[in-house]
Write a protein that binds this ligand. Structure first.
Ligand code: FAD
Length: 437
């Protein structure tokens, strides 16, 4: 009766009505979690075991939940985007109320969040877990290039990740350029991982000698943790990858395959480079609804929390988790996992009238895929290694690649999103026979 597009449209409307209400409603709950991504979903799972369904609301606009760490391997051709995707309703705990909508305004003084569809949610406690948004629109010419079949690609969005492999497959010769923007980003290792995967692919297909690989990063270092930075400089040298520090992409002219970069130390100095493949990591920022709220966020737009307890510095009933926090750790799902226990225990303590006691040590992890091997970077707030295994993880290893590709996704879907994974701290102690942190 209906064609494919009409059926999809009607199905979407039906889904929309199954999870949202049709008029502007007033909701009330004990705990409101804004964002049902990695951090929000994992913490909701923990609270769903102690709060009744009506008292736990998750506000999340998306139909799909993505395991974003797999996007890198999708870009490198090892996985399909479907491997990284689940329906949101299948990952949220059954014992919570999902409002399929987006936070529009926060009134932390009044304990109210207003949504885009006009709902009002009153809460006793608020957990902000909105992550950070991809701002492709901040670089002139970039969105336009990504929306057409060009030589410009990006693993960061589920919309463009698969196309990265298409660009890679047709790359025969010339310049392949990889960028890192001039803002905080999620997974600061991913912009160079896709460069190493490109190198590996070209070598496997006997084309490496025809292609010059360049990694242009806005940062003054190749990686924040020195132990792993030292190892990565060696990888770049061995693979003949040019690295330019403090070099920031400011414009893309995809019709003539030109990228324009600025030297961040001499902003007047601009360089135009021809490319045959341009992989862009976009600038990122917290959602505007959040960053414009000066009561909740710091000057950079991140939720202003105590870096140890994850509690808001001014509003004691507000916590944050994951990429949207002001905590100075690299933004990764691994960090969000380590934060879930701290957030859960500390919020629970505050709900009981106690003070938050558990401390987040800044643990973050970045499996730096270098081809068919991987350097498993794990470190704390001081960028000192906090390694799980009792061997040198700064060394490229095949086993760590398999861990990244197979074990970590399983651990994410089965344990973390069900509230059973708080990072590897307990396992690390066991591996080090009870010694170390
Ligand atoms: C290419 C790539 C590679 C990566 N590689 C790794 C890796 O190897 N290892 C690793 O640990 N991490 C990696 N990450 C990072 C990791 O995915 C994120 O750090 C992690 O998902 C952060 O979790 P989060 O809950 O803070 O945010 P997200 O998981 O991004 O979730 C945020 C949620 O909030 C929702 N939201 C946004 N705005 C609103 C609003 N206004 N109202 C309500 N809801 C809202 C969004 O729809 C989303 O579902 C990678 C990420 C990318 C993109």
């Amino acid at each position: 009766m209906f064609n494919n597009t009409t059926s999809k449209f009607l199905l979407n409307i039906a889904r929309q009505f199954s999870t949202t209400t049709s008029k502007c409603d007033n909701f009330k709950c004990k705990l409101l979690i804004v964002g049902g991504g990695s951090g929000g979903c994992a913490t909701a799972a923990k609270f769903s075991k102690i709060l009744p369904k009506n008292d736990l609301i998750v506000l999340e606009p998306s139909d799909f939940h993505y395991y974003q760490p797999l996007f890198t391997l999708v870009g490198g051709g090892a996985n399909k985007i479907e491997d990284a995707r689940r329906r949101e309703e299948d990952v949220l705990p059954k014992n919570c109320t999902w409002i399929k909508d987006r936070a529009l305004e926060y009134s932390p003084g009044k304990n109210i969040v207003l949504t885009e569809n006009g709902h009002t949610i009153n809460y006793d406690y608020l957990l902000v877990a909105t992550g950070i948004e991809l701002r492709y629109d901040k670089i002139p010419g970039l969105l336009e290039a990504l929306e057409k079949p060009t030589d410009v690609c990006s693993i960061y969005s589920p919309k463009y990740a698969s196309y990265t492999f298409e660009v890679l497959k047709k790359l025969q010769s010339g310049n392949a350029i990889f960028t890192f923007p001039n803002t905080p980003i999620k997974c600061p290792g991913a912009p160079q991982k896709i460069c190493y995967l490109t190198d590996h692919y070209l070598r496997t297909h006997n084309r490496r000698n025809n292609v010059k690989l360049t990694y242009n990063t806005s940062l003054p270092v190749i990686f924040s943790a020195k132990t792993y930075a030292d190892a990565l400089w060696i990888v770049c040298k061995e693979r003949d990858i040019n690295v330019n520090l403090r070099t920031n992409l400011v414009r893309v002219n995809s019709d003539v395959n030109e990228a324009i970069f600025e030297n961040l130390d001499k902003p007047e100095e601009k360089t135009t480079v021809k490319f045959n493949m341009l992989h862009v990591t976009p600038p990122m920022a917290t959602p505007e609804s959040l960053s414009k709220n000066k009561q909740l966020t710091n000057s950079a737009g991140f939720v202003d929390v105590n870096k140890d307890t994850m509690q808001h510095v001014n509003f004691k009933n507000v916590f944050a988790i994951g990429d949207c926090c002001s905590t100075p750790n690299p933004k990764t799902a691994a960090a969000a996992a380590a934060q879930t226990k701290v957030v859960f225990e500390n919020m629970n303590a505050v709900m009981k009238g106690d003070s938050p006691r558990l401390v987040y040590d800044g643990y973050a992890s970045c499996p730096l895929v270098t081809g068919d091997k991987c350097i498993l970077a794990e470190f704390d707030y001081d960028f000192q290694p906090l390694e799980t295994f009792p061997f040198n993880q700064a060394k490229e290893m095949r086993s760590m690649y398999h861990l990244k590709r197979t074990l970590l996704p399983a651990l994410y879907w089965k344990l973390m999103l069900n509230g059973h994974w708080n990072g590897p701290a307990a396992f690390r102690k066991l591996m080090h026979l009870g010694f170390g942190k």
